[in-house]
Design a protein around this ligand. Structure first.
Ligand SMILES: [Zn+2]
Length: 90
């Protein structure tokens, strides 16, 4: 299986403390991404699939952003792609 996008990030809570984390994995040809999430705000941990489109994915290519929301406390997080994660097209 080929990976289209993968990222692992530390997430900060509303006080700026790095208490959570997330891993986003999207395989080529799959409609969904797999999310492994630990909420920095409430500590809730879960793994689920998210459709690779709005409202989860916003924008296109290098400007894509990901909208995450804790399923327990509704704490919302927006992630941008990192420069090193963006593959150059040949
Ligand atoms: Zn939470």
């Amino acid at each position: 299986m080929q990976i289209e996008y993968i990222t692992t990030r530390t997430l900060e809570n509303s006080k700026g403390e790095p208490k959570g984390k997330v891993r986003i994995l999207k395989l080529v040809g799959e409609a969904n991404a797999t999310i492994e999430f630990k909420c920095p705000e409430c500590g809730f941990e879960a793994k689920w699939e998210e459709a690779w489109k709005e409202p989860f994915v916003e924008g296109k290519g290098a400007n894509q952003k990901f909208n995450l929301k804790c399923k327990s406390c509704n704490f919302s997080i927006k992630l941008s792609k990192l420069k090193k994660e963006i593959k150059k097209k040949k």
